[in-house]
Write a protein that binds this ligand. Sequence first.
Ligand code: AKG
Length: 346
Amino acid sequence: MGCRRSLDDVADNLASLSVGGSVDAGGGKPAAEDEAVRLSKLGRKKDFKYMERVRGRLINVLEGLELHTGVFSDAEQRRIVNCIYDFQERGRKGQLRERTYSEPRKWMRGKGRVTMQFGCCYNYAMDKDGNPPGIIRDEEVDPIPPLLKQMIKRMVAWRILPSTCIPNSCIVNIYDKDDCIPPHIDHHDFLRPFCTVSFLSECNIVFGTELKIIGPGDFSGCASIPLPLGSVLILSGNGADVAKHCVPAVPARRISITFRKMDDAKLPYGFAEDPELQNLRAVPLRRQQLHDIPSPQPAARIVQPPERVMPTQKSMQVPAQRSPVLLNEDDFPPLRSSSSRKPGRR
Ligand SMILES: O=C(O)CCC(=O)C(=O)O
């Protein structure tokens, strides 16, 4: 009974995410069968490895990363991107809550990208009201849009995200050509694992305990992982907390959606969990035909020789011969200030 309901739920989710009738569109093919085919084609790569000596111990700094490919079909990606563009339009027209939509001033390559925050307002850097980085608890943003909630349901149903860490917030990044996200470790106001889903154009995400800033939007690290369209990258363990990550200047417009669960102690004041996202379950394992496919899935390109000893704990280095490119406000611009909030309160 429970199993039947779970399958029906997943079939419903698939149907609601699919476009153009790929699921049971009059052809008589049951949605659950279609789901089984989709599941059998998923790629799951979990063996990312780059050994580094960190505080005297040799560890795999990429442990905890997983790349799941083929999660969202071309048609689903188009539908999700259209939904994002609709929200962007509403943001531009001032129809979203003030801090949901942010479009920073661009003044040089690699500076600024459009972001939309749902579920919580997050500050990458100290803002003009004196709020430190982290979730701003007394700020309200728009709730996660229905289609993005369907994405969460899909990822839990397909065992990409654990049912013990269901996201209740997300941030949409719209990168125009040459936009980037500089090296960072996601704030611990958010639990692990969290994940990022890729759309519109493929790019690399770069990892390392030391990420070098070579120029504006140009970063290098020990491993560079291509992010295929419709893929989900899971970050946890060392891959989330020991290695930093960044997206160097992208070659073409790209959209990513990063889904994260907030720490209960950091929830925005008055935050109500969405009943639709409670008690989600994975589909029964026997239907999953899980595959761990080491190749020909996209692999991490190891950029430097393995087992390198870290020369310094300093995380970001600027080549001495170049003009320094420092990370500052413009890399993670504070969100627009809001006159209604009390300074410094989180
Ligand atoms: O664009 C991506 O895939 C990564 C985004 C990211 O690191 C973030 O939003 O913190």
